[in-house]
Design a protein. Structure first.
Length: 264
């Protein structure tokens, strides 16, 4: 039996503007994800799990024709409210499952899913569907949290030392490197590559941010002068892009693989 929350909203998601490292991570992830869709006038782009719709609205402002597909009634309602505040062309909102997208083959120039794939109970079917509805030569873009990041590894080692060697009490609550209860998949970069490569010819694998969520780093960056904090965050982001396996978020992009039917 498939159990899904069709009234899901964002009330249980970490606020994006509460700390400098969080704000930087979410802004940079958004900018890179949207950039890799190669938006522009006349481009048809699909936002899978479109949530509040802010990304779809931003792409419309660049001249793209955008459809936001989202199964949650509450999130879709929020997106419609938010789009009412915007000026100019607006996205078209559709309630739809990521693993059974209600669109014909090759319909979009690009499709993307930002920060939601690990919430899906059938993520590889969702990737296959995104590839199916994207035209040959188009772009499929995924942005996924990396639970084997340097920050997750460091937090795990620190807890092993604290609890194993120092015999301190086990901390309560979810740990930094634990997958949240509303995630179905614990992604690391090799699993991302494996699932996406079956349906998409990978062209880019990019890393975003490093050390996000580590309490010691969070406190340090909050105490820094703003200019120093910005420089440190940008520097770590460049390192994450060079070594995406250690990044907090990985963004993958490529072209849909030809189907057997199309090849014949």
């Amino acid at each position: 039996m498939r159990v899904v929350d069709l009234d899901r909203d964002m009330s249980d998601v970490i606020p994006t503007g509460t700390t400098r490292d969080s704000e930087y991570l979410f802004d940079r992830m958004t900018d890179l994800t949207l950039e890799l869709t190669r938006p522009g006038p006349g481009k048809r782009i699909l936002d899978v799990a479109s949530g509040f719709g802010q990304d779809a609205i931003a792409l419309c402002a660049q001249g793209a024709s955008v459809v936001g597909a989202e199964p949650s009634a509450r999130m879709t309602a929020w997106a419609r409210l938010k789009s009412g505040e915007a000026t100019g062309p607006l996205p078209h909102w559709v309630r739809g499952w990521s693993d059974a997208l209600p669109f014909p083959d090759d319909f979009f120039d690009a499709s993307f899913c930002k920060g939601a794939l690990d919430h899906f109970d059938q993520p590889e079917r969702a990737i296959a569907e995104m590839a199916r509805v994207t035209a040959p030569g188009g772009r499929v873009v995924l942005a996924i949290a990396n639970f084997d990041s340097l920050a997750c590894r460091a937090a795990r080692r620190a807890d092993d030392l604290r609890e194993g060697i120092l015999s301190r009490p086990v901390r309560r609550g979810r740990r930094h490197y634990d997958v949240p209860a509303d995630h179905f998949t614990r992604y690391e970069i090799e699993l991302m590559r494996e699932q996406m490569s079956r349906h998409v010819e990978l062209e880019e694998v990019r890393g975003v941010s490093m050390l996000w969520g580590l309490p010691s780093w969070n406190r340090a960056v909050q105490r820094m002068p703003e200019s120093a904090a910005d420089a440190a965050l940008r520097g770590l982001d460049r390192l994450a892009d060079a070594v995406p396996s250690l990044a907090d978020v990985v963004v993958l992009a490529g072209r849909p693989r030809p189907t057997l039917a199309a090849a014949a």
